[in-house]
Design a protein around this ligand. Structure first.
Ligand code: NAD
Length: 225
Protein backbone atom coordinates (compact mmCIF):
# COMPACT_ATOMS: atom_id res chain seq x y z
CA UNK A 1 0.00 0.00 0.00
CA UNK A 2 2.89 2.41 0.72
CA UNK A 3 5.50 1.15 -1.75
CA UNK A 4 7.89 3.93 -2.75
CA UNK A 5 6.67 6.37 -0.09
CA UNK A 6 9.01 8.26 2.23
CA UNK A 7 7.47 8.69 5.68
CA UNK A 8 8.61 10.56 8.80
CA UNK A 9 7.01 9.40 12.06
CA UNK A 10 7.61 11.36 15.27
CA UNK A 11 7.61 9.53 18.58
CA UNK A 12 8.34 6.36 16.64
CA UNK A 13 10.37 4.59 19.31
CA UNK A 14 7.53 2.94 21.24
CA UNK A 15 3.78 2.61 21.67
CA UNK A 16 1.51 3.79 18.86
CA UNK A 17 4.40 5.41 16.97
CA UNK A 18 6.48 2.22 16.97
CA UNK A 19 3.52 0.14 15.79
CA UNK A 20 2.91 2.71 13.03
CA UNK A 21 6.56 2.58 11.93
CA UNK A 22 6.28 -1.21 11.71
CA UNK A 23 2.99 -1.12 9.80
CA UNK A 24 4.36 1.44 7.30
CA UNK A 25 7.49 -0.67 6.78
CA UNK A 26 5.39 -3.79 6.22
CA UNK A 27 3.39 -1.83 3.64
CA UNK A 28 6.61 -1.00 1.77
CA UNK A 29 7.38 2.56 2.90
CA UNK A 30 10.84 3.89 3.73
CA UNK A 31 10.57 5.31 7.24
CA UNK A 32 12.59 7.81 9.25
CA UNK A 33 11.50 7.69 12.87
CA UNK A 34 12.05 10.51 15.33
CA UNK A 35 12.59 9.83 19.04
CA UNK A 36 13.40 11.84 22.13
CA UNK A 37 17.00 10.55 22.45
CA UNK A 38 19.69 8.84 20.36
CA UNK A 39 19.59 5.81 22.67
CA UNK A 40 15.82 5.28 22.36
CA UNK A 41 16.14 5.64 18.58
CA UNK A 42 18.97 3.06 18.41
CA UNK A 43 16.98 0.63 20.55
CA UNK A 44 13.91 0.95 18.33
CA UNK A 45 15.97 0.54 15.14
CA UNK A 46 17.66 -2.58 16.53
CA UNK A 47 14.24 -4.12 17.32
CA UNK A 48 12.98 -3.36 13.81
CA UNK A 49 16.08 -4.76 12.11
CA UNK A 50 15.73 -7.89 14.24
CA UNK A 51 12.17 -8.23 12.98
CA UNK A 52 13.24 -7.81 9.34
CA UNK A 53 16.79 -6.82 8.31
CA UNK A 54 15.44 -5.63 4.96
CA UNK A 55 13.32 -2.84 6.46
CA UNK A 56 14.27 0.59 5.02
CA UNK A 57 14.35 2.44 8.32
CA UNK A 58 16.56 5.00 10.03
CA UNK A 59 16.13 7.38 12.93
CA UNK A 60 16.97 10.80 14.35
CA UNK A 61 16.29 12.71 17.54
CA UNK A 62 15.74 16.39 16.79
CA UNK A 63 14.31 18.70 19.44
CA UNK A 64 10.66 18.87 18.38
CA UNK A 65 10.18 22.15 20.19
CA UNK A 66 12.75 23.89 17.96
CA UNK A 67 11.96 24.57 14.33
CA UNK A 68 15.67 24.98 13.59
CA UNK A 69 16.45 21.52 14.94
CA UNK A 70 13.52 19.82 13.17
CA UNK A 71 14.16 21.68 9.91
CA UNK A 72 17.77 20.52 9.89
CA UNK A 73 16.64 16.87 10.33
CA UNK A 74 14.00 17.19 7.59
CA UNK A 75 16.49 18.88 5.24
CA UNK A 76 18.83 15.90 5.67
CA UNK A 77 16.01 13.45 4.89
CA UNK A 78 15.01 15.43 1.80
CA UNK A 79 18.62 15.58 0.62
CA UNK A 80 18.88 11.79 0.94
CA UNK A 81 15.54 10.76 -0.61
CA UNK A 82 14.53 13.77 -2.75
CA UNK A 83 10.99 13.86 -1.32
CA UNK A 84 8.85 13.43 1.78
CA UNK A 85 5.39 11.95 1.15
CA UNK A 86 4.01 11.42 4.64
CA UNK A 87 4.49 13.00 8.05
CA UNK A 88 2.90 11.37 11.10
CA UNK A 89 2.90 13.74 14.09
CA UNK A 90 2.58 11.19 16.87
CA UNK A 91 5.01 12.25 19.64
CA UNK A 92 3.09 13.15 22.75
CA UNK A 93 3.39 13.43 26.51
CA UNK A 94 0.76 13.58 29.22
CA UNK A 95 0.27 14.11 32.92
CA UNK A 96 -2.84 13.52 34.98
CA UNK A 97 -2.08 15.96 37.81
CA UNK A 98 -4.88 17.94 39.40
CA UNK A 99 -5.23 21.56 38.28
CA UNK A 100 -4.49 22.68 41.87
CA UNK A 101 -1.05 21.06 41.69
CA UNK A 102 -0.35 21.78 38.03
CA UNK A 103 2.92 23.57 37.45
CA UNK A 104 3.83 26.09 34.77
CA UNK A 105 6.82 24.01 33.58
CA UNK A 106 4.61 20.99 33.07
CA UNK A 107 2.11 23.00 31.06
CA UNK A 108 4.91 24.35 28.83
CA UNK A 109 6.47 20.89 28.39
CA UNK A 110 3.23 19.22 27.31
CA UNK A 111 2.24 22.07 25.00
CA UNK A 112 5.81 22.12 23.65
CA UNK A 113 5.74 18.50 22.46
CA UNK A 114 2.05 17.92 21.72
CA UNK A 115 1.31 21.25 20.05
CA UNK A 116 4.47 23.06 19.03
CA UNK A 117 6.08 19.76 17.98
CA UNK A 118 3.25 19.27 15.47
CA UNK A 119 3.76 22.83 14.19
CA UNK A 120 7.55 22.52 13.78
CA UNK A 121 7.45 19.16 11.97
CA UNK A 122 4.58 20.24 9.69
CA UNK A 123 6.26 23.55 8.93
CA UNK A 124 9.53 21.79 8.13
CA UNK A 125 7.96 19.45 5.51
CA UNK A 126 5.32 21.58 3.74
CA UNK A 127 7.57 23.31 1.21
CA UNK A 128 9.06 19.97 0.18
CA UNK A 129 5.59 18.41 -0.12
CA UNK A 130 4.32 21.34 -2.18
CA UNK A 131 7.35 21.16 -4.45
CA UNK A 132 6.65 17.45 -5.05
CA UNK A 133 3.00 18.02 -5.90
CA UNK A 134 1.50 17.04 -2.55
CA UNK A 135 1.71 14.93 0.57
CA UNK A 136 -0.07 13.78 3.69
CA UNK A 137 0.20 15.10 7.25
CA UNK A 138 -1.38 12.93 9.95
CA UNK A 139 -1.81 14.21 13.49
CA UNK A 140 -2.53 12.34 16.69
CA UNK A 141 -5.50 13.68 18.55
CA UNK A 142 -7.38 11.82 21.30
CA UNK A 143 -10.88 11.07 22.49
CA UNK A 144 -10.20 13.67 25.21
CA UNK A 145 -10.31 16.27 22.42
CA UNK A 146 -14.04 15.57 22.33
CA UNK A 147 -14.90 14.86 25.97
CA UNK A 148 -12.29 16.83 27.88
CA UNK A 149 -10.55 15.18 30.84
CA UNK A 150 -11.03 15.81 34.55
CA UNK A 151 -7.28 16.05 35.31
CA UNK A 152 -4.00 16.96 33.63
CA UNK A 153 -5.28 20.14 31.98
CA UNK A 154 -2.51 20.64 29.39
CA UNK A 155 -3.04 17.23 27.75
CA UNK A 156 -6.71 17.58 26.76
CA UNK A 157 -6.13 21.25 25.92
CA UNK A 158 -3.30 20.28 23.56
CA UNK A 159 -5.51 17.66 21.90
CA UNK A 160 -8.35 20.16 21.31
CA UNK A 161 -5.63 22.27 19.66
CA UNK A 162 -4.54 19.31 17.50
CA UNK A 163 -8.07 19.24 16.05
CA UNK A 164 -8.05 22.99 15.38
CA UNK A 165 -4.61 22.82 13.80
CA UNK A 166 -5.65 19.84 11.64
CA UNK A 167 -8.90 21.34 10.37
CA UNK A 168 -7.32 24.73 9.68
CA UNK A 169 -4.22 23.39 7.97
CA UNK A 170 -6.37 21.03 5.86
CA UNK A 171 -8.33 24.07 4.66
CA UNK A 172 -5.16 26.03 3.92
CA UNK A 173 -3.06 23.32 2.24
CA UNK A 174 -5.73 21.36 0.32
CA UNK A 175 -5.16 23.52 -2.75
CA UNK A 176 -1.52 22.32 -2.78
CA UNK A 177 -2.69 18.66 -2.65
CA UNK A 178 -1.46 18.28 0.91
CA UNK A 179 -4.07 16.37 2.91
CA UNK A 180 -4.11 16.97 6.65
CA UNK A 181 -6.01 14.54 8.90
CA UNK A 182 -6.06 13.44 12.50
CA UNK A 183 -6.74 10.15 14.23
CA UNK A 184 -8.31 10.39 17.70
CA UNK A 185 -7.47 7.20 19.61
CA UNK A 186 -9.47 5.97 22.57
CA UNK A 187 -7.64 4.16 25.39
CA UNK A 188 -4.68 2.31 23.86
CA UNK A 189 -2.39 -0.14 25.62
CA UNK A 190 0.97 1.76 25.75
CA UNK A 191 3.38 3.11 28.40
CA UNK A 192 1.21 6.24 28.55
CA UNK A 193 -1.79 4.19 29.71
CA UNK A 194 0.31 1.84 31.87
CA UNK A 195 1.32 4.97 33.82
CA UNK A 196 -2.31 5.70 34.79
CA UNK A 197 -3.57 4.68 38.25
CA UNK A 198 -5.26 1.25 38.21
CA UNK A 199 -8.66 2.62 39.30
CA UNK A 200 -8.62 5.09 36.39
CA UNK A 201 -7.98 2.26 33.90
CA UNK A 202 -10.73 0.18 35.54
CA UNK A 203 -13.14 3.09 35.17
CA UNK A 204 -12.10 3.69 31.55
CA UNK A 205 -12.82 0.03 30.74
CA UNK A 206 -16.40 0.47 31.90
CA UNK A 207 -16.83 3.22 29.29
CA UNK A 208 -15.66 1.06 26.35
CA UNK A 209 -18.56 -0.86 24.77
CA UNK A 210 -16.38 -3.72 23.44
CA UNK A 211 -14.85 -4.12 26.91
CA UNK A 212 -11.19 -4.04 25.94
CA UNK A 213 -8.45 -1.46 25.67
CA UNK A 214 -7.18 -0.84 22.14
CA UNK A 215 -3.79 -2.05 20.91
CA UNK A 216 -1.19 0.22 19.23
CA UNK A 217 -1.71 -1.78 16.00
CA UNK A 218 -5.37 -0.65 15.88
CA UNK A 219 -4.16 2.94 15.50
CA UNK A 220 -1.26 2.02 13.19
CA UNK A 221 -3.85 0.52 10.82
CA UNK A 222 -5.82 3.79 10.89
CA UNK A 223 -2.72 5.82 10.03
CA UNK A 224 -1.89 3.47 7.17
CA UNK A 225 -5.46 3.81 5.88
P1 NAD B 1 4.15 6.52 24.57
O1 NAD B 1 4.46 7.21 25.82
O2 NAD B 1 4.22 5.04 24.50
O3 NAD B 1 5.03 7.10 23.36
C1 NAD B 1 5.21 8.48 23.20
C2 NAD B 1 6.17 8.74 22.09
O4 NAD B 1 6.43 10.14 22.07
C3 NAD B 1 7.49 8.03 22.30
O5 NAD B 1 7.92 7.44 21.08
C4 NAD B 1 8.46 9.13 22.71
O6 NAD B 1 9.76 8.97 22.17
C5 NAD B 1 7.81 10.37 22.08
N1 NAD B 1 8.20 11.53 22.87
C6 NAD B 1 7.90 11.76 24.17
N2 NAD B 1 8.53 12.87 24.57
C7 NAD B 1 9.22 13.34 23.51
C8 NAD B 1 10.08 14.42 23.31
N3 NAD B 1 10.37 15.27 24.29
N4 NAD B 1 10.63 14.60 22.07
C9 NAD B 1 10.37 13.73 21.08
N5 NAD B 1 9.58 12.67 21.22
C10 NAD B 1 9.02 12.48 22.42
O7 NAD B 1 2.70 7.04 24.18
P2 NAD B 1 1.59 6.54 23.15
O8 NAD B 1 0.45 6.12 23.97
O9 NAD B 1 2.14 5.65 22.12
O10 NAD B 1 1.19 7.96 22.50
C11 NAD B 1 1.44 8.31 21.16
C12 NAD B 1 0.46 9.40 20.77
O11 NAD B 1 -0.87 8.90 20.88
C13 NAD B 1 0.53 10.63 21.68
O12 NAD B 1 0.37 11.79 20.88
C14 NAD B 1 -0.66 10.46 22.59
O13 NAD B 1 -1.13 11.67 23.07
C15 NAD B 1 -1.66 9.80 21.65
N6 NAD B 1 -2.74 9.08 22.31
C16 NAD B 1 -2.49 7.98 23.09
C17 NAD B 1 -3.56 7.33 23.70
C18 NAD B 1 -3.38 6.11 24.55
O14 NAD B 1 -4.36 5.67 25.14
N7 NAD B 1 -2.20 5.55 24.65
C19 NAD B 1 -4.88 7.79 23.50
C20 NAD B 1 -5.08 8.92 22.70
C21 NAD B 1 -4.01 9.54 22.11
Amino acid sequence: MLEGKIAVITGGTRGIGFATVKKFLKEGATVVLFGSSDSSVSKALAKLKEDNPKYEVSGMSPDLTSLKSVQSAIDQIYKKYGKIDILVNNAGVSSSKSFYDYEEDEFDKIMGINLKGMFTASKAVVNYMKENGGGVILNTSSMVSIYGQAAGIAYPTSKFAVNGFTKSLARELGKDHIRVNAVAPGVIHTDMVDALPEDVVKYLLTTIPIGRIGEPEDIANMFAF
